[in-house]
Write a protein that binds this ligand. Sequence first.
Ligand code: FE2
Length: 357
Amino acid sequence: MNRIFLSAILFILSLSFFSCNGNKKDNAETTTDSTTVAEEVKEVNVYSHRHYESDKNLFEEFEKQTGIKVNVVKASADELINKLEMEGQNSPADILITVDAGRLHRAKAKDLLQPIESEVLFTNIPAHLRDADNQWFGITKRARVIVYDKEKVKPEDFSTYESLADAKAKGKLLIRSSSNVYNQSLLASVIANSDEGTAKKWATGVVTNMAREPKGGDRDQIKAIAAGEGTLAVTNTYYFAQMLNDTDEANVNAAKKVAVIFPNQDGRGTHINVSGAAVTKYAPNKENAIKLIEFLTSKEAQEVYVREEMEYPVRTDVEMAQTLKDWGTFKEDTLNLSKLGENQEKAVIIFDEVSWK
Ligand code: FE2
C-alpha cells in the first residue's frame, strides 16, 4: 500500500517537473504563467529599431544594476510592427522601440501597445513628448533642421520650412526620399499646423527646388553641400552634430562648411520628433519592461544619449554636448507627436501626388 502511494507521489512530482521545464522552454511563445516564469528568469525582450552602440551599453548597464537580462531583436519599425501583429498574444516582446513618434502611434492604432502608469515617466518626460493615453514615451529628442552653405547662403533668407518652397530656393535644395519616415513626419507636421492643401503646395514647391533627385540619408545631403551639389539641406540634428565630431576628418570638413537654421522661430517653432519606447500589449515581463523604460529616461542614461549620439535629452536637467550648446536653445513645435502618426498616411499620399521620389 505504502509503495503504491509512494509511486503515485513520484509520478505526480515527475509530471510537475516536466510541465515546469516545458513552461520555461515555451517562455518565448506562451503567456500562461508568464509572470512566474519572468520572475524566475528575470528578463525583458526588446524589439528595437535603434541600432546604436549606446543602446547596447545602456542595456548592459541596466542588466548590471537590476540583474534583468535584456534580449534585443533588431529590425525596421515596420518589420517589428508586422511581427508583433503576426505573433499576437504569443509575442515574446515586452518593449517596442522606434525612431519616430509616428510609428509608435501606428503601433498604438493597431492595438499592439498597452497604457502604463509610471510617475517616473510622467515626471521625466514632458507631456508633448509622450502619448496622451500613456501608451508610448519619448526617450530622445531630435529636431529636423535646415543646414546651409555658409559661403553661399544668407540664413535670413531661409528661416522657415515654408521658405524651402519659395522660388529663391530653386535648384539649391538637397533632401532625402519621401519614403523616409523623418520626411513623412515633417510633412505630417505641416498638415497638422495648416491643412492638406497648404501641405501639398509646400511639397510641390520643395520638389521644384530640388538640386537633384532625392538619394542617400541625412548625412549625404550635408556631404552634397560640401561637394557643391546644392546649398541648402534638411537633416536631423544628431547627424549634423555627429559629423562635426566625427573621427573621419572628411566628415568633419564637410560639416564645417555648413551651419544650422532652426526653422520657424517666429512662429510655431522647429519640428521635433522622438525615438521612443512602448510596452507591448501582451508583454510577458511587463514590470521589467517598465523598469527598463524608466531607466532609459534616468539622468544617467539621458547623458549617454547626449554625449554619444548627440541627441537632445527628453528631460531638462541633463548637461548638453558642446556642439548642441554652441547651437543654443531654440523654440520647438509643441504639437503633440501623436498628430504625426495621425497625418503620416495623408503625407505619403501627398508625396505621391507631387512626385517626391
Ligand atoms: Fe536617424
